[in-house]
Design a protein around this ligand. Sequence first.
Ligand code: CAA
Length: 259
Amino acid sequence: MSEAPLVTEELHGNIACWTLQRPKQLNALNGALIEALGAMVEEVQHRDEVRCVILTGSGDKAFVAGADIKEFADFDSVAGRRLAEHGQRTLFDAIALSSKPFIAAIGGFALGGGLELALACHVRIASDNARMGLPEVTLGLIPGYGGTQRLSRIIGRGRAMEMILSARMVKAAEALGCGLVSASVPRESLMEEALRVAQGLAANSPKALAAAIRAVQASGTPEGYEVEIDQFGRCFANEDFKEGVAAFLEKRKPDFPGK
Ligand code: CAA
């Protein structure tokens, strides 16, 4: 008998909605889930029919409650380092540098590696009952899937430091106020809102989206401005640029090719 998939996909036009399927464990990220999701992220880069991905958790309690604590309970420091490095490279960085935008639809808990997964996405939308935090210090750890870096970049070092040192959970309203999420909506409207936002992104030039992601992800690095100049220049070589400008001049909506 074949095993149930750890991540399911539903297509809504050119938007793929991926649901993590470990509801009993609050979608905690075990090794198998990281591998499965990482492989899907790699594959989707080559799927022209998909222009945006929505990532969400199954069940009504959690987006993701963190890395699977049971899996690393007896790790030593070499294994711990490997866990963080492998996870960052195969999944978290792969999402952050994806050529297609990822939207995290956070319904419920997004803790530890779960919040870090949402932070790696390009847009975050929370349900009004969401609770977000990096509780790793309560386990004698620190965030290992990019949280110390990405949270600081997104909400500022001062607030990130406070959230990480206190291990405090933030409610949706506070998350909205500090820019951790870009919208907070009733739980029942979460997927509808995520789809609405996804459709808005997916209507834009796929090449320009990829270039914008690269440039924004380089912000705050010494190469940031150079990356922007380079990506800006490259856009002029794309068909999307010709179509975007032609559509503007002809007073119509652009129709960007999928590639
Ligand atoms: N890992 C493994 N299992 C987890 C889990 C996790 N991160 N979070 C929840 N679960 C499991 C629980 O063990 C429980 O399973 P059993 O029924 O088999 O005991 C099930 O999910 C339901 O959880 P609770 O009974 O605890 O549900 P609750 O409503 O009472 O509490 C919660 C919800 C506050 C989210 C609580 O589950 C919790 O605190 N979870 C851990 C959160 C956490 O510490 N996350 C950080 C992990 S470390 C990390 O992520 C490291 C990194 O950066 C790389």
